[in-house]
Design a protein around this ligand. Structure first.
Ligand code: ADP
Length: 414
């Protein structure tokens, strides 16, 4: 059977086809810049050259239809028939506070996606558009929805309640939800395989450091706390997002400069973070490091603050978990920046965190350990793979006895 994973965002759609036995990637498709100039379709299949082609598409639904049609195109396609696709895993960002696991697509699921669209207006409606298009093109397949918030939905109230009037939680659903759940869960499960002792008592902090950055404190298969909150703005400093901030700053700016909600949104989400503090006008870590290498003091300071905030969360999550067994670094920065890993771990020997500089600096791609010999806490670099995680969870939901998705059975049993 082929499992198809669909990740429909605000301006792009990604499809990945896996075989359900060994989870080998068979084909990938991408339509990017949907609704903008330069919309492009990319199609790749194992053993074939990538096809890249400008196309005209203005909405996500049509992009999914087109990608599926191209997958089976007699001349350029990579599958002989859409009937080969037996299951589809859909990524959706917000599933609210009640969905803790992947769910089969049905009316109840689409109602959940709609209900939480108000809190993820840039994501959930696109996810739903992708789902509706895929359901029409693939009526024979089993459709499963995997929510980004699901892994964090079992956080305890001490972690998810904000100290605000209770009615804001009860009426407006204002609480911490957390994001990047699929990635945190995936690398946590990988980490468990490298940790001695009973998996249910291992205490792991996962650091997902990409364009968006978040951390999670995990034990017993459960995320106990995570740095992103009501929205993906809270927590760590990010490429262009500010992360934690005194909320009174916003009131002050409104009163003093009369800035509008849209301007606040733009300031905090797009004009802050690494880009703002470095002055490099880019939130891409590689650009900031390049500026630092050329002697730019602000770039150096931006990187120090970025790492300092990771370190603060490491300390607080060690407290939440009552100690640490492992820290995992993942996503673009976590996997590729020895500098950020080093700065974030510096001075944490008292927690048992002791980075080995040569292991940290050694080039590598797969899962690797970078702690010094004998260190109490394992430091792991683990490549994340949200598409693979969604494919595995999809298969696990519909064929729970298949051992390929075995670690999800352990998780479900916790
Ligand atoms: P997204 O959140 O969009 O999935 P990624 O996980 O791809 O983002 O991470 C993007 C970030 O990773 C960018 O800041 C980029 O500079 C950084 N990054 C990617 N490759 C490297 C590298 N080789 N060295 C340092 N940083 C890198």
């Amino acid at each position: 059977m082929i499992v198809l994973v669909i990740n429909a965002g605000s301006s792009s759609v990604k499809l990945t086809c896996f075989d359900s036995e060994g989870f080998r990637v068979l084909a990938k498709g991408l339509v990017e810049r949907v609704g903008q100039d330069g919309t492009t379709l990319h199609l790749w299949a194992s053993g074939q050259a990538t096809l890249c082609r400008p196309i005209q598409v203005t909405d996500i639904r049509r992009a999914v239809e087109l990608l599926l049609a191209r997958l089976v195109d007699p001349e350029e396609g990579v599958l002989s028939s859409l009937a080969q696709i037996g299951a589809v895993g859909h990524r959706v960002v917000h599933g609210g506070d009640s969905v803790t696991q992947p769910v089969l697509l049905n009316e109840n699921t689409t109602n959940i996606i709609r209900r939480w669209s108000a809190l993820a207006p840039l994501h959930n409606p696109h996810g739903l558009a992708g789902i509706e298009a895929a359901e029409l093109s693939l009526p024979h397949a089993v459709h499963v929805v995997v929510f980004d918030t699901a892994f964090h939905a079992k956080m305890p109230p001490v972690a998810y309640l904000y100290p605000l009037p209770r009615e804001l939680y009860e009426r407006d659903k204002i609480r911490r939800y957390g994001f990047h759940g699929t990635s945190h869960q995936y690398v946590y499960l990988q980490a468990l395989e490298h940790l001695p002792g009973p998996p249910e008592s291992r205490r792991v902090v996962t650091c997902h450091l990409g364009n968006g950055c978040s951390m999670a404190a995990i034990t017993g298969g459960r995320s106990l706390d995570t740095s992103m909150g009501f929205t993906p703005l809270e927590g760590l400093m990010m490429g262009t997002r500010c992360g934690d901030l005194d909320p009174a700053i916003i009131v002050y700016l409104q009163e003093r400069h009369g800035i509008t909600p849209a301007q606040v949104n733009d300031l905090l989400n797009k004009q802050s973070g690494l880009a703002a503090l470095s002055g490099v006008a880019s939130g891409d870590l590689r650009d900031i490091v390049e500026a630092m290498d050329q002697g730019d003091h602000h770039a150096l300071q931006a990187l120090q603050i970025f790492a300092y905030r990771i370190k603060k969360y490491l300390g607080s999550y060690a407290a939440v978990l009552g100690g640490l067994d492992a820290v995992v670094f993942t996503a673009g920065i976590g996997e590729n920046s020895p500098l950020i890993r080093r700065l974030a771990c510096q001075g944490l020997e008292f927690l048992g965190i002791d980075l080995d500089d040569s292991l940290n600096d050694a080039p590598g791609k797969g899962l690797r350990e970078i702690q010094a010999p004998g260190a109490a806490v394992k430091l792991l670099v683990i490549p994340t793979d949200e598409e693979l995680a969604i494919a595995q969870q999809t298969v696990h939901l519909i064929q729970p006895n298949l051992n390929a998705a075995g670690r999800y059975a352990w998780l479900t049993a916790q």
